[in-house]
Design a protein around this ligand. Structure first.
Ligand SMILES: Cc1cc2nc3c(=O)[nH]c(=O)nc-3n(C[C@H](O)[C@H](O)[C@H](O)COP(=O)(O)OP(=O)(O)OC[C@H]3O[C@@H](n4cnc5c(N)ncnc54)[C@H](O)[C@@H]3O)c2cc1C
Length: 364
């Protein structure tokens, strides 16, 4: 990831670089949000940004997703002072992230005794560890609840372990293990009340961001496959057309789902009701699950379309497929399907009642 942070890949980005991810300023500062963590540019813009960065580079998109998430968490749960500091950090080009994942036998723990606040334990899968400077971490309190902490990396000594990072894809996301043993924090490094991170619909509903980034990679595969086939004069072939047709329909389906998720979020942002929260979770569950299925199907079609020759570098397909396969593995996919299944029975029952009622009306 160091090269993602230090050397933007093209001149256009170089010229616009004003931040550590090397993203255009409008994309980077989309992390600025209101006091409820709603992006000032709106959910539709957030969706477009994640798709654009996902199409560009999925490792970069992983970091970008964490940047948006971390900054939104501080905006939603932080004090006015913490929010102002984080806006200044975004303006100064500092990159946020969210590190929640950990091993069961060495979770990140926080001990709060009077003014003394100490961390012990480690995070795993910490994207950007060793480089990003504003990670938000979840730490286990003695009572079993979690505490959000915003770590000012330059002030503390952590131990980044890169030794186990030999992934199938997403190499440059630098998702390392990082230990915080003995790290001392100040009271104003703690963000929000215990349990803030787990609040719904933000916790489960946040899955729409990684699904949006994944859909960008699906779009990139679609575009690259069409270009590859055209360059070889294979675009007139019936089988290739059929596969590209299926890829196209899948991509559009993914984007429709993500727009529905953005709309559910926007409705909830306007009025934070219990029904709106349930709708966000339901639509995001269906969107992330659909995008995963579409992405897996797309990968199979790409491989059949470009064949073995397409998997030789510098053709882009090998790295793109490996990154997407890796990034598709996100938390608790089965749990999301179970929730969709429970909602399916309720929906089917309501539809059945409506059918019976309408046939009774007709009989009358
Ligand atoms: C490239 C990349 C970067 C990442 N960066 C970050 C980051 O910056 N911060 C962060 O916090 N996390 C990060 N993660 C971790 C991510 O959020 C998930 O925690 C992780 O990807 C899940 O790993 P897994 O698929 O091995 O999970 P598992 O939970 O092991 O899931 C694998 C399968 O087992 C099922 N399963 C889960 N629990 C059980 C159970 N108890 N019994 C039976 N089946 C079960 C799941 O539904 C799934 O089908 C990153 C992941 C990737 C791939």
């Amino acid at each position: 990831m160091r090269e993602l942070l230090s050397s933007p890949p093209d001149g256009r980005r170089q010229a616009a670089a004003d931040n550590a991810l090397g993203l255009e300023e409008s994309l980077f500062t989309l992390a600025c949000s209101d006091a409820r963590g709603v992006p000032l540019a709106g959910r539709a813009a957030e969706l477009v940004a994640l798709r654009v960065v996902g199409a560009r580079d999925l490792s970069l998109a992983r970091l970008y997703e964490g940047h948006l998430n971390g900054a939104q968490l501080v905006a939603r749960h932080g004090t006015a002072e913490q929010r102002a500091r984080s806006l200044a950090d975004i303006g100064a080009g500092r990159v946020f992230g969210v590190w929640n994942t950990q091993e069961a036998d060495d979770p990140l723990r926080i001990s709060i005794r009077g003014d003394g606040i100490t961390l012990d334990g480690a995070k795993t899968w910490a994207s950007g560890a060793g480089t990003i400077t504003r990670p938000v971490v979840t730490a286990l309190r003695a009572d079993g609840t979690t505490q959000l902490c915003l770590i000012p990396i330059e002030r503390v000594a952590t131990a980044v372990d890169r030794s186990g990072w030999r992934p199938h894809g997403m190499q440059r996301s630098d998702s390392f293990r990082i230990a915080f043993d003995g790290v001392e924090l100040r009271a104003d490094d703690l963000i929000g009340a215990p349990g803030a991170y787990d609040r719904q619909p933000w916790f489960w509903g946040g899955a729409w961001r990684f699904a949006a980034a994944q859909s960008g990679a699906v779009e990139r595969l679609f575009v690259e496959t069409a270009a590859y086939l055209r360059a070889r004069g294979r675009d007139g072939d019936t089988f290739q057309r059929a596969r590209l047709a299926e890829m196209r329909m899948g991509l559009h389906c993914a984007v429709h789902w993500l727009r529905a998720a953005a709309a559910a979020w926007s409705d909830f942002d306007t009025a934070e009701t219990a029904a709106g929260a349930a709708r966000v979770i339901d639509v995001v569950d269906m969107a992330r699950t659909s995008v995963e299925t579409i992405a897996v199907d797309t990968i199979a079609r790409v491989l059949r379309s470009v064949g073995a020759s397409g998997l030789i570098e510098p053709q882009p397909f090998g790295p793109l497929v490996r990154d997407l396969e890796m990034y598709l593995r996100q938390p608790a996919p089965d749990a999301a399907v179970v929730r969709i299944g429970i909602a399916a029975f309720a929906e089917a029952q309501a539809l059945h009642k409506a059918m019976v009622a309408s046939s009774t009306d007709c009989d009358g």
